[in-house]
Design a protein. Structure first.
Lengths: 133, 118
């Protein structure tokens, strides 16, 4: 069974709401405490990016399945300024916000699958998946 | 929401027991520095036993408050960081170097006493 839900990111407190929701879903799916923390932290980073750069956007959650394996897909999307240089934001230590946020490389390490699609002026969509071990 | 800061002799004790949002973290930073200033405390223990998420922002606020307190002359020790939180921080690429840590509150107080050579 596939379940879908989402949280809108409009204000700073929504970052907490988004990660708490992710943690609950991860727990229900059978993730261990460490992976629950990884997922919640990844969501926190993605939601903060939305809040900082695009002001508003959405975190969507979807349960996924492949070959008897369950996973949680997190999609962070916004209609913000987009990312000009994708290879640059994937470098460790790169930040345009003056040190806030460990950035996308950190999120990539926390999750099993990571994909970013961005068009300058139109917005960014980041898709990540974590599989239950 | 305000995080309570308790005074014990010349130490300040803080136990963070809520899911920290950005504003609460920033308020805590200010509250702790002003409490150090008012009380003349020389040591601070911030216990994170009940914290199950530290993202890059919270990590930065905590790292900063250690450096800021140091500038004022108070030593801060972070205690009780959970295994899951430690693993997540390293995945994120956050190492919190130069931040004194200890296993629990008791070890934290011992560490403070050693650092302050009392």
């Amino acid at each position: 069974m596939i379940t879908k839900s989402s949280v809108q990111i409009n204000k700073e407190w929504d970052i907490v709401g988004a990660r708490q929701m992710g943690r609950e879903l991860a727990k229900d799916l059978g993730f261990g405490t460490v992976d629950q923390a990884r997922i919640a932290t990844a969501i926190s980073e993605l939601a903060r990016n939305i809040y900082l750069y695009a002001k508003k956007g959405k975190i969507a959650y979807e349960t996924v399945e492949k070959m008897n394996q369950k996973g949680l897909k997190i999609i962070a999307s916004d209609q913000g300024p987009g990312i000009n240089d994708l290879s640059k934001v994937m470098e460790d230590g790169f930040s345009t916000s003056g040190g806030l946020g460990a950035g996308l490389p950190g999120v990539k390490r926390l999750m099993d699958y990571f994909d970013v699609v961005s068009e300058p002026g139109k917005g960014t969509t980041i898709t990540t998946i974590k599989w239950v071990r | 929401m305000r995080i309570p800061i308790l005074k014990l002799h010349n130490y300040l004790l803080v136990s963070i027991q809520i899911d920290l949002d950005d504003q609460t973290a920033i308020d805590f930073q200010e509250d702790l520095l002003s409490k150090i200033h008012k009380s003349g405390a020389t040591g601070v223990v911030i216990d994170l036993t009940s914290v199950d998420i530290i993202d890059s922002f919270i990590a930065k606020v905590l790292g900063d408050v250690v450096s800021m307190s140091d500038l004022m002359g108070a030593k801060v020790v972070l205690t009780g960081i959970q295994p899951a939180v430690a693993m997540t921080l390293i995945d994120l690429g956050i190492h919190l170097q130069n931040v004194p840590t200890a296993l629990d509150l008791e070890q934290g107080l011992i560490k403070l006493r050693q650092e302050l050579e009392e």
